[in-house]
Design a protein around this ligand. Structure first.
Ligand code: NAD
Ligand code: DAU
Length: 341
């Protein structure tokens, strides 16, 4: 392993992974390949701009020629695919881009990687492929029951990874992460949206009763989970990367408000997300067995996250303009003026 292509690394988790890899493994070359969609942001990579083992290439993972050229030019031997459309609400409003990137893009990456002779191919996936988990914990061999267009597109991409392993003998591994939070997360997801809105004393649109359960994982722990699987995962296997930290949405929001120093009266129950999964929860013994352990606890990581958004208004105020405001209006205007279901 020497020249690693990290796709989608101008986004939230991918950029944390790129920053971590560049600093942790100075003998690897980290080549970031990203389309720079609305969610991609070169500011996320500024901390490593001057590092000699980092390069950025703008490109679409579904563009076969661009992928082929990049694999050849940088003599890529390893691929870590973070690139995706990642927001459930957007997949409900407009799923086309999800099929393009999360299904077709994964296929193009696999196919060109096979032709180029890439060694290891790591696909970053999600706990959402398991669907709603009423009780117990998902294990890696569970059936896929995705419920949103986002989750279905991620499941489709994953199944293609499996097919390239079984059919063509490619060295593939998969990670399935739980709800990730931390600095540099695009302010459309629950925590960065609510923290930045709360800082401006705006109402916080909590879907339905707010009793949905998510398993919260700090981004730095997600990144080390991906690293563990990249280096020590068994070929053809998938690994859950869990926070083992289940919380009701409303409790996450209340903890966040206490840290921001704003009143709970900002919470506004709004009509629910369509097809909203009640609970995700995974067992991650398999990842632990290859030597991974979490380093962050939720209260400290949440406090650090709140501090980061408080101190880095320059980062999120620039995002919350233009097209972002159109999306916000489309997603929330009617909800915020309606009574909850
Ligand atoms: P993000 O939306 O913040 O970033 C996605 C990145 O992919 C952006 O930089 C975007 O420009 C890029 N991208 C999108 N389409 C592309 C294309 N066609 N070609 C090249 N680049 C493209 O996403 P994130 O939250 O950092 O998630 C990263 C990965 O982790 C995704 O695969 C997601 O499914 C998975 N995941 C996310 C979470 C979470 O809680 N955020 C949890 C588990 C798994
Ligand atoms: O579980 C892993 C997944 O976590 C990742 O695969 C996805 O990429 C990531 O977006 C995330 O999906 P969720 O749908 O769980 O995350 P989101 O931040 O959108 O929502 C978290 C919970 O908060 C969910 O139950 C919906 C609720 N929510 C969200 C928003 C944006 C609200 O109540 N109001 C909101 O405005």
């Amino acid at each position: 392993m020497k020249n690693i292509l990290v796709t989608g690394a101008a986004g939230f988790i991918g950029s944390a992974f790129a920053r971590y890899m560049v600093n942790t493994y100075p003998h690897y070359n980290i080549i970031v390949f990203d389309k720079l969609t609305y969610a991609g942001n070169l500011n996320n990579l500024t901390p490593i701009d001057d590092e000699p083992n980092y390069r950025f290439v703008r490109g679409d993972i579904a563009d076969r020629d661009a992928v082929r050229r990049t694999l050849a030019e940088y003599q890529i031997d390893t691929v870590v695919n973070f690139a995706a459309e990642s927001h459930v609400d957007r997949s409900i409003l407009q799923p086309d881009a999800f099929i393009h990137t999360d299904v077709v893009g994964v296929y193009i990456m696999l196919d060109e990687s096979k032709k180029h002779g890439v060694g290891r191919f790591l696909q970053v996936s999600t706990d959402e492929v398991y669907g709603d988990v009423e009780s117990g914990y998902s294990v890696e061999t569970d059936t896929f029951l995705p419920n949103s267009p986002y989750a279905a597109s991620k499941a489709g991409g994953e199944l293609m990874v499996r097919a390239y392993h079984v059919t063509h003998g490619m060295d593939t591994v998969i990670t399935r992460g739980s709800n990730t939070f931390g600095p540099y997360q695009y302010p459309e997801k629950l925590l960065p949206l609510f923290i930045t809105e709360a800082l401006d004393d705006k109402p916080l649109p909590l879907y339905g009763d707010g009793l949905q359960v998510r398993d919260w994982l700090y981004v730095e722990d997600h990144v080390t989970g991906v690293d563990a699987v990249l280096h020590r995962g068994e070929s053809g296997e998938a690994y859950n990367v869990a926070g083992e930290n289940e919380l009701h949405n409303i409790d996450v929001v209340k903890q966040m408000l206490a840290l921001v120093g704003k009143p709970e009266s900002l919470i506004k129950h709004v009509p629910d997300r369509e097809g909203h999964d009640r609970r995700y929860a995974m067992n991650c013994d398999k990842l632990r067995a290859i030597g991974w352990e979490r380093r962050y606890n939720f209260p400290d990581a949440l406090a650090e996250t709140v501090r980061w958004y408080h101190d880095n208004e320059w980062w999120w105020r620039e995002i919350k303009t233009g097209d972002y405001l159109d999306y916000f209006k489309q997603q929330y205007a009617a909800r915020l003026s309606a009574d909850a279901d």
